[in-house]
Each structure stands twice: as structure tokens, then as C-alpha cells.
Design a protein around this ligand. Structure first.
Ligand SMILES: [Cu+2]
Length: 145
């Protein structure tokens, strides 16, 4: 093989190596950016509110015990990303027996007042994501005692 051919082959291999490094670098950048965008973040806490806070990426807590005869305010926090592949990151809070049905946009929060109710156990759920209201993570109970 001539020196000319060796140099041409060397240049070709170095170009291929450079393209491989660029490809791997770009792939790492894209995966990192996707991970950053999809990572759930809690909404900033409000200091003015004394409402009971419920996180909606799987309801936490999923059981509220409240006294009968008085309304309670619940602060619903949706930490999910709008790029969530399931339901666009939106979550619902529905308690049909209590007349509550709201949707909270991704990475935001909302305060909802649950009206005074008679003693009993009332179900709430989200029907906009992850298997709908049958998902064990997206349902809960309000116990009025
Ligand atoms: Cu949901």
C-alpha cells in the first residue's frame, strides 16, 4: 500500500471516529434533555395557604379525614411535566358525591373547596391518566367523621 493510500485511509478512519464521537455526544445530550424535561417537580409551595396539600402524581395522601359539617380547602399539586406521554401530564380530582370535579394542568396547582358533607366515606379519583380511575395510585377517600 502506498503512503498516499495509507494517509487517505487514516483520514477516513479519523473522520469516522469524529462522527461516532459526535453521534454519541448528541445522543447523551438528547437523553439528558428528555430526562430533565420528564423529571417530576413539585410546584412552588404557597406560604399564604393553610390548605391540605395533595400531590397528584399518584395521590399523596390518598386518604383525608375531615370533621363533618365544615368545608375543607385542598391544594392540589400536579408535579408532572406537560411532556408526559400519558394524558399530557394533566390530572383530574373528581369526587362526584361531593360535587367536585376539576382538572389541574401539568406543573401547576389549584385550590379547591370541598363543601361540608354528612359523615361518611367519599371516593375521589383521577380519570385522565395511567389506566384511569381504576389505577390504585389515582384514587383515594375522604372520610367525613
Ligand atoms: Cu391522573
Amino acid at each position: 500500500m502506498s503512503t498516499k493510500h495509507r494517509r487517505a485511509r487514516g483520514a477516513k478512519e479519523s473522520s469516522l471516529r469524529l462522527r461516532l464521537v459526535a453521534f454519541v455526544g448528541l445522543a447523551i445530550l438528547i437523553v439528558g434533555a428528555a430526562g430533565w424535561l420528564l423529571w417530576p417537580r413539585p410546584a412552588p409551595a404557597s406560604t399564604a395557604s393553610r390548605a391540605v396539600e395533595i400531590t397528584m402524581a399518584g395521590f399523596r395522601p390518598n386518604k383525608l379525614v375531615v370533621p363533618s359539617g365544615q368545608p375543607i380547602t385542598v391544594r392540589l399539586v400536579n408535579p408532572d411535566s406537560p411532556f408526559h406521554t400519558d394524558g399530557g401530564g394533566m390530572h383530574q380530582f373528581a369526587a362526584p358525591e361531593l360535587g367536585v370535579d376539576v382538572v389541574v394542568q401539568p406543573r401547576s396547582s389549584m385550590e379547591v373547596t370541598i363543601p361540608a358533607a354528612a359523615p361518611g366515606t367519599y371516593a375521589f379519583y383521577c380519570d385522565s391518566c395511567c389506566g384511569g380511575k381504576e389505577s390504585p395510585a389515582m384514587q383515594g377517600t375522604i372520610v367525613v367523621s
